[in-house]
Write a protein that binds this ligand. Sequence first.
Ligand code: ARG
Length: 465
Amino acid sequence: MKLWAGRFQKETDTLVNDFNSSIGFDARLYKQDIRGSIAHASMLGSQGIIEPYEAERIVEGLQAILKEIEGDQVEFSLDNEDIHMNIEALLTKRVGDTGKRLHTARSRNDQVATDFRLYVKEEIPVVTGQLLELQKVLVKKARANLDTVMPGYTHLQRAQPTTFGHYMMAYANMLRRDITRLEDCLERMDECPLGAGALATSTYPVDRLATAQALGFAKPVDNSMDAVSDRDYAIELLSALSILMMHLSRFSEEIILWCSWEFQYVELDDAYSTGSSIMPQKKNPDVAELVRGKTGRVYGSLITLLTLMKGLPLAYNKDMQEDKEPVFDAFDTVELCIPVFTAMLDTLTVKGKNMLRAASGGFINATDCADYLVKKGMPFREAYMIVGRLVNMCIKTGESLDTLTLKDFRAISGLFDEDVYDALQLKTCVNGRRVYGGPSEESVLKQVGLIEDFIAARSGAAGEA
Ligand code: ARG
């Protein structure tokens, strides 16, 4: 018999029974559900809403059920609809009528809202922890490649010289924002819905401060209707995870390009690439491609939840039962992607010679050539024009700026001198950019320091990173 059968004269249709049931996926919340129920029962006991000895029996019963679930000794039933009713039924079976007092001053609406927040709160640090590991690898790669010159691109056309170290720190900075976005989300959602009841609290003297504190929340949610009806924190989470996946997807795309035969900037470790069933020569970047591909699932989860919520009147609606799977899937996907991506990056080989060759061939130092003239007193626009003419000339003759003779240079401007060759050296171009945030060794080392401080502040052991 259903917990709520009192008002009904017919059995639930079996189709509806299955349709309505969420135990197939919300069983994942068993730990949070039991934690929430223990906090609630203890509060009921200390407020005198139920007898303290009853609270104690309930708590002991719930602890025993937790052990049984963890020992795989429990089978949940579809008839009990969701994790909340399943556990309540197990409790009543175990401790008898006392179990029926647990749901005093509570609704599944504040119960599920509490469970879900507890779950998200526990899972966010797992993701940020993984991201910190990825940042450590980025910092390691950056330190090892401070002078690995490579082309920087705009429009995927070679634009200005930079280094692989500078490149890695660009991603390390994106990840820093991804981490702080998740931390912000965690801080904002750190409020407990328990005690909100169905929507309007209850007439019992429940102590919401006590349950919030027992469950490790900063405070109770201020408004009980808000407490049971919003899922904005889950949307914010999915948005932060989507942005994070967007970053990983771009990075994956770069790695896919870089290990193509056309670029050959990096080589993936054999353990982190795969072969083809037909083409013996193939070494494929499947890990990076899957990370790029799985990004779509996480975006999908965000859109699912945004759409789910947009038309719902306050307060609880059953539609909201659909909030869990997208969040579970997003966490699963992200937590699967980050460690394998980290390991792939950690083990890839950087082919500095190929990067340098790609940076040398073209006219990647054209801006520096113009800057050279500017330093000799020419206005930038004029210098830009002159170097444009030089580039045009080189394209016709098949040369590059650094292979022109001084005579060629001087034919276009008398300001050119012997020292132009040094100015055009790629290392000079890179290390001349000592500006805050730039690619010079000195600038990149500063960026490395900032990220190392960021990591150290989160690992508790200063300087450990
Ligand atoms: N399984 C439900 C959910 O996930 C629990 C809340 C049900 N509340 C209700 N009034 N039907 O949302």
